[in-house]
Ligand binder design. Structure first.
Ligand code: AKG
Ligand code: FE2
Length: 262
């Protein structure tokens, strides 16, 4: 605290604590962050969640089916989230915009191409079209999380052999690249992957640490919280888009943040 008052750079302080060999980096970072922002929460925090106390959820304009749920990590599979027409309209709208998908760089937070992610995609603005806004309002009601805390939808197309290797959606606070993304809206608390097409074979969303795989079903979705009930990144949320064996897989992903994303 004394050094922070003297305007020392937090990152420099962490480097020195680690260089002297006295502390592990994770510990040094936790100590400096606690000095700057106060102790991390030991109380549960609000996170996005789907009410699975019944087998349907009524959103403003559609009754969504609860198909499967897991408590920890929190995962919920839903059906009938989007109509066939809505899926087709999303595809027609984004097909022209698809480019090779980047991933967030670990070093500087910029977007880069990566062989681990072979899909093509398009990032949409929040509320970009009337349909997008309608879907986003539905998702907000479903996840009980305000529209303002959501990133824009990302639409992805996976052709034969395309995949997204195992990864986390939460930003690693240990790495400078992802850490940059935290400045805008905080941690990625939740993810919902909506299936805009059926896939003939392959292309499931898998959770390797849980032995769980969700098969794409047009109009359905898989929701998961990326953090535990204290808001801390959950290692068990490792997930992947399995290679498409035949057919084409289209998804729209919404990542929701800790705070408003502006
Ligand atoms: O393709 C999938 O099933 C998973 C997509 C995914 O993990 C993501 O968009 O973050
Ligand atoms: Fe993901």
């Amino acid at each position: 605290m004394h050094n922070l008052e003297r305007s020392c750079e937090p990152e420099g302080m962490i480097d020195i604590m680690v260089r002297d060999g006295r502390f592990e980096r994770q510990f040094a970072r936790a100590a400096v962050e606690e000095a700057r922002f106060g102790a991390p929460s030991t109380e549960p925090v609000a996170i996005p969640d789907i009410d699975t106390s019944s087998n349907t959820v009524q959103t403003p304009d559609r009754r969504v089916n609860v198909v499967f749920s897991l408590k920890s990590p929190r995962i919920v599979v839903v059906g009938n989230l989007l109509s066939d027409d809505e899926c087709d309209a999303m595809l027609a709208y984004t097909e022209q915009k698809l480019v090779r998908s980047p991933v967030v760089s670990d070093t500087d937070g910029s977007s880069a191409m990566h062989s681990h992610r072979t899909s093509r995609g398009a990032m949409l603005q929040r509320g970009e079209t009337e349909l997008v806004a309608r879907i986003e309002a539905r998702l907000a009601a479903l996840m009980q999380w305000p529209v303002e805390r959501g990133e824009g939808l990302q639409v992805l197309r996976y052709d034969h052999g395309n995949e997204y290797r195992p990864h986390y959606d939460w930003f690693n606070t240990e790495q400078p690249g992802p850490r940059k993304h935290l400045e805008r809206g905080g941690q990625r608390f939740g993810t919902i992957v909506m299936y805009l097409s059926d896939v003939e074979k392959g292309g499931g969303t898998s959770f390797p640490k849980l032995g769980l795989e969700v098969q794409p079903k047009k109009g359905g979705a898989v929701f998961f919280a990326n953090v535990d009930r204290y808001g801390a990144p959950d290692e068990n949320t490792l997930h992947a888009g399995e290679p498409v064996v035949s057919g084409v897989k289209y998804i729209a992903t919404k990542w929701v943040r800790e705070r408003p994303y502006v």
